[in-house]
Design a protein around this ligand. Structure first.
Ligand code: ZN
Ligand code: ZN
Length: 373
């Protein structure tokens, strides 16, 4: 990560914070921290917090043992390290916040990342400060991917597709969902995914495939099953998230029918993506195909979710969202039909909004693929 990159992000973050009425942001380990600092920390019992404000270089409170990471950073940062005695940490937080002039500030935090642990130290160090959600500022910034980020996502999609290719030969009747999921996880790593992979692969067969978020079980594949595989890789923290559906041998005609409908809904969703279009319109386009075919009640979730450093982030592709799509926004298109107790189909692609429509990062065949025993 080059320094103009990060300092540019710091400047934009300061602008966006101001727009949200915030004096500063307090960010702890989670996807936004490496995005803003290039630094990686594990979330642990030792709190790490970085303060960003318009008129001060970033300030970081961190354990002494992590100080090596402060060397040769491509931007200015003021570090406040603490030792191993937790009784001393409060004072270090106080010094850091005083140095930043934050004692009476309105400070944005990320509600999904900051824990009671960090909040306790912040509130004790600055009893007169206000801590509110700063999510909007961070979301605004992270929602539009630059070319470097898209390149990581493209690679994460390619790795995932190659891993599936390498896994498919073992998929046949008699093999369990869990065996397929573990082979796929292994192939993701072998093909270059970072560890941890994007998420534990979903492999669901037969009646289990009617559950959109099934966990792989010891169920063995049998002819006539639908098989849903939902998996992804991670590259520099950026994720892919793909779903394809397979038929094990010959399946019921209705299964072939819903597979065709979902394929059309996926295509309609992708066709609706262009700059300026409200996110909700993409959901409407995909949903319309399924509803008109009579399966509307079996498409039980939104059409997609933003994808990037997190598996689920803005923009959410849900009905009613007025958020206008912009170049660089990345998300999934993943309509599905789930027939309770029988089987389900989902087809999920990862796309990035481009000037002339979209770039699909995923291009595996979307048609129901029949796997013969
Ligand atoms: Zn998925
Ligand atoms: Zn998804």
């Amino acid at each position: 990560m080059t320094s103009p990159h990060l300092t540019h992000r710091h400047r934009k973050l300061a602008d966006l914070s101001k727009k949200q009425g915030l004096d500063a942001l307090a960010i702890n380990p989670g996807p936004s921290l490496p995005y803003l600092t290039g630094l990686h920390f594990h979330m642990s019992e030792r709190p790490v917090v970085v303060f960003f404000s318009a008129d001060h270089p970033p300030i970081i409170v961190l354990p002494e043992l992590e100080m090596l990471k402060m060397k040769n950073l491509p931007y200015e940062i003021e570090a406040f390290p603490y030792g191993e005695d937790p009784a001393s940490w409060g004072q270090v937080f106080q010094e850091a916040m005083r140095a930043g002039g934050l004692e009476q500030s309105r400070i944005g935090i990320e509600p999904l990342a900051l824990r009671v642990l960090e909040l306790g130290f912040l509130e004790a160090a600055a009893p007169e400060a206000q801590f509110v959600s700063g999510e909007a500022a961070v979301v605004e910034l992270r929602m539009r991917k630059d070319q470097g980020e898209v390149a990581h996502m493209r690679k994460a999609a390619q790795i995932a597709q190659a891993a599936l290719h390498a896994t498919l030969p073992m998929v046949k009747p008699g093999v369990t969902e869990r065996q397929i999921a573990s082979e796929l996880a292994l192939q993701l790593l072998r093909h270059g995914s970072q560890s941890p992979i994007a998420f534990a692969p979903i492999v669901s067969s037969g009646p289990n495939s009617a559950n959109p978020h099934a966990f792989p079980s010891d169920r063995e594949l049998v002819p006539g099953d639908l098989l849903v595989i939902d998996w992804g890789a991670s590259v520099e923290g950026y994720l892919s998230d793909i779903t394809r559906t397979f038929a094990i041998g010959e399946v019921a005609p209705e299964f072939e029918l819903i597979a065709e409908i979902v394929e059309k809904a996926n295509a309609a969703g992708r066709a609706a993506v262009k700059p300026g279009v409200p996110a909700g319109q993409v959901d409407d386009a995909a949903r319309k195909v399924i509803t008109e075919a009579g399966y509307g009640q079996y498409f039980t979730h939104r059409t997609g979710h933003g994808l990037g450093l997190e598996g689920h982030e803005e923009p959410y592709i849900r009905s009613g969202s007025q958020l206008p799509l912009e170049v660089g926004m990345s998300f999934t298109i993943e309509p599905g039909i789930y027939l309770p107790g029988r089987g389900g189909v989902r087809i999920e692609d990862d796309v990035v909004v481009a000037a002339d429509g979209l770039e699909s990062l995923t291009d595996l065949p979307r048609r129901l693929q029949v796997i013969e025993g």
